[in-house]
Design a protein around this ligand. Structure first.
Ligand SMILES: [Fe+2]
Ligand SMILES: [Fe+2]
Length: 366
């Protein structure tokens, strides 16, 4: 395992001022992200640049962060956003339980959707606090057993600021939902993704540092969530407060997915063959765990909406039988697969196509 690189110097390459901006734009209801323009990453390189001819140069996607980040610009007055507004609390298609005939017959559809939203917000809160913020801290402290420049380390602090704000955004929207919908108090279980991340970690202990594994988990989380948010915020049936949170989160995550994709491309080639061999079977497991329907969470949502344990179990099982255990939630993996391919984490084209095929027939990135 590489350890010595932690102590090496930091600085910027002499040509760091040549950069590009990863940015987003909105046209009507379509939000796109792209690379364009140029940015001064740092006008004064402070130290001699180390021999990094083979390591890609980092280009900051945060050049407009001060004006555009949600933490700098977003209002969280959800009541104002919802004045006279109608809409659904969550995507009905995200889990079929809200459309189960018994849920509709008992007039509980919106309650179930509100409970599913609370589950989603609870998951996102934990994701930010447990998975992403600590990785931002690790990168900023040069704990990844790889060399990278000071700008990348500094931007990791911006990621931390964003994620702390996203956690707050989720907590405040959850408070707003609870003030508007009366639900039973049922604690959320450990979310499926975190359980799987924990289980998979056991096989990495002798080959990866905790920081390296956490970074890999963050890369998967940050790229998959961006693809998911891009689809989710555009759902016009959602209440304005929910759409606003999804949209603001998406805009920030476009920057983050660009950041983590680049970070992967920079650190991965520097890691040992043992690290690469150990992670090889885990990438697909992590991606699938992130998007798989959490059956336990569905049952809790039904119980929060007033269904008994027995009824919740039955409704959830009937729904899963209808949808199939790996119901297609319309999730895209394009950003994740692109990050994997550009960093070379999967090996060759054959491995890339195998993973794309396992995730979805449409997952191949052109
Ligand atoms: Fe986030
Ligand atoms: Fe993020």
């Amino acid at each position: 395992m590489q350890r010595s690189s932690r102590e090496r110097g930091t600085g910027l390459p002499p040509d760091a001022s040549r950069g590009v901006v990863w940015d987003w734009s909105i046209q009507g209801n379509t939000l796109s992200h792209s690379l364009h323009g140029s940015v001064n990453a740092d006008p004064e390189p402070r130290e001699a640049w180390w021999h990094m001819n083979s390591v890609p140069q980092y280009r900051s996607p945060f050049n407009q962060w001060e004006e555009r980040a949600a933490v700098r610009s977003m209002s969280m007055d959800f009541s104002e956003l919802e004045r006279d507004a109608q809409g659904e609390w969550f995507h009905a298609e995200a889990s079929g339980i809200a459309n189960h005939p018994e849920v509709i017959a008992r007039g509980r559809r919106q309650d179930v959707l509100a409970a599913l939203l609370l589950g989603y917000l609870d998951f996102t809160f934990h994701l930010e606090a447990r998975c992403i913020e600590p990785v931002g801290r690790d990168i900023s402290l040069h704990r990844l057993d790889a060399q990278y420049d000071a700008q990348m380390a500094r931007d990791a602090i911006r990621v931390q600021c964003d994620e702390a704000f996203h956690a707050l955004m989720c907590a405040q929207l959850a408070d707003h939902v609870k003030s508007r919908v009366e639900l039973c108090r049922v604690p959320f279980p450990e979310h499926l993704y975190f359980r799987r991340v924990r289980e998979l970690e056991a096989s990495t202990r002798n080959s990866l540092s905790a920081e390296q594994y956490a970074f890999c988990v963050a890369v998967v989380s940050e790229t998959v969530i961006t693809d998911s948010l891009q689809k989710d915020w555009q759902n016009l049936s959602l209440r304005p407060s929910v759409r606003e949170v999804l949209l603001q989160h998406y805009k920030d995550e476009v920057r983050h997915s660009a950041y983590f994709s680049q970070a992967l491309r920079i650190v991965w080639p520097q890691w040992s063959e043992e690290v690469k061999r150990t992670m090889a079977p885990l990438w697909s497991e992590l991606v699938l765990a992130f998007t798989r329907i959490d059956a336990e969470l569905s049952r809790v949502a039904l119980r929060m909406a007033g269904f008994s344990e027995q009824d919740a179990q039955r409704i959830q099982e009937e729904t899963l039988r209808t949808l199939g255990p790996m119901a297609d939630r319309g999730v895209s993996y394009k950003l994740t697969l692109r990050a994997f391919r550009e960093a070379g984490v999967l090996g060759g084209q054959r491995e890339y196509e195998e993973l794309a095929g396992a995730l979805s027939p449409n997952a191949l990135v052109p």
